[in-house]
Ligand binder design. Structure first.
Ligand code: GLA
Length: 385
């Protein structure tokens, strides 16, 4: 499947531009636990996956860039002198953003050609956007010998998302996509932006992702609003970020907060604790208790942080009722996208069949199932230089 995608992207590039491109594989990510903690300087436990973006990139002999989004068969041409984002620019703004953010650092990008495509749908909560951003910055760095470190590249990707797409995201997605390791998750401290690799052996269990196929229209505004609430509480507490808050300090402030603000901040404190507990459980080989933490985390996003939706809640509830599922929660920014479920290997088929039927009955639409492997971060597949 992946090889076919790589071949298609490479062949398309060659037939359009008549030369061999550099090929970049930039993965999406899952997140085992730790949602909406990254922009609070907290902890997350993501992993890169064997699905994402393949980008073919090369120098252009014309004065402008020629881009093809293979999956949607849309073309786009631009001069690197003008990287203004478009209203409803979709995928274009990620590319303009990466080029623009590199150039803000005083590095001039010459024109280039790019063909990209992927095997994760947009809005699935698997960070196809971070995968695209990272593929472009990584490819440009290689193509023009920019000398950027991976640590800088992820900040460029993140800034592209803030300034060109309008989502004030944390660093989790770009970090996981760039630094992922095969069979490992990353315990990332989002304050220091340093991670510890955590080997996970799911033993008799496997991770199953179920996509609600719902994408919420106001998701960007809702996301930014959550971040603002967290920043407001942190500033009232006189701390840099909610990472530094404790239950005691929050309770002292309680009368100055609305119940909604209090619950959101409390969630962040508790979710940070859950991430650290989860790592302990993984290291003790206690996958069952890891699962319980996932269920608890979902209650947090459902009732306290309020970034879930009825479809996600339904899928998690169904998983909870199934004795062969030991943990489930919504994954990513929320308001749609996927749930992550830890399911007994022998019962995966029964589980996915049952849940698909139930989901269709309830919402009259299909959910989708994905299986993923924890994989290597952004890398070059073929170095032609
Ligand atoms: C999105 C953002 C991340 C993170 C998650 C929620 O994926 O891009 O930075 O905040 O939501 O955990």
């Amino acid at each position: 499947m992946k090889q076919a995608l790589i071949n298609n992207i490479e062949q398309t590039y060659k037939s359009l531009f008549n030369e061999n491109p550099i090929l970049v594989n930039s993965p999406g990510r899952i997140n085992i636990i730790g949602e909406h903690t990254d922009y609070n300087d907290g902890f997350v436990l993501p992993a890169a996956i064997d699905k994402g973006i393949i980008a073919a990139i090369g120098k252009s002999d014309s004065s402008y860039c020629k881009i093809l989004a293979y999956d949607v068969n849309e073309k786009f041409e631009f001069f690197t002198e003008n990287t203004e984002p478009f209203l409803n620019g979709n995928w274009r703004n990620y590319i303009l953003g990466v080029v623009g953010e590199i150039q803000k650092r005083g590095i001039k990008i010459p024109s280039f050609n790019l063909v990209f495509g992927g095997d994760i749908p947009n809005g699935a909560g698997l960070s196809s956007s971070a995968a695209l951003e990272n593929s472009v910055v990584f490819g440009l760095n290689e193509l023009f010998n920019l000398g950027l470190k991976k640590e800088e590249m992820i900040l460029i990707s993140q800034q592209a998302e803030h300034n060109y797409v309008g989502v004030r995201c944390g660093i989790m997605d770009q970090y996981a996509s760039m630094f992922g390791e095969t069979n490992h998750a990353l315990l990332l401290d989002c304050r220091t932006q340093k991670a510890r690799s955590i080997k996970i052996d799911f033993k008799d269990y496997e991770i199953v992702l179920i996509n609600t196929n719902v994408s919420h229209k106001l998701v960007d505004a809702e996301y930014n609003n959550r971040r603002s609430v967290c920043e407001k509480v942190a500033s009232l507490l006189n701390i840099k970020a909610l990472r530094d808050a404790t239950l005691e300090s929050l309770n002292i402030l309680k009368t100055q907060l609305t119940e909604d603000e209090y619950q959101k901040a409390l969630y962040v404190i508790q979710e940070n604790e859950r991430v650290l507990k989860a790592v302990k459980k993984i290291e003790e080989n206690n996958i069952d208790e890891l699962g319980i933490l996932l269920f608890e985390a979902h209650e947090g996003v459902q009732y306290q942080f309020k970034v879930s939706c009825k479809e996600l809640d339904f899928l998690v509830e169904k998983s909870k009722q199934n004795p062969n599922v030991i943990g489930a929660r919504m994954m990513g920014g929320g308001f749609g996208g996927c749930t992550i479920n830890i399911v007994k290997k022998d019962f995966i088929k029964d589980y996915t069949n049952e849940i698909s039927i139930a989901y269709f009955k309830e919402f009259n639409k299909q959910c989708s199932t994905y299986f993923v492997k924890l994989s290597q971060g952004t890398h070059i597949i073929n170095n032609i230089k």
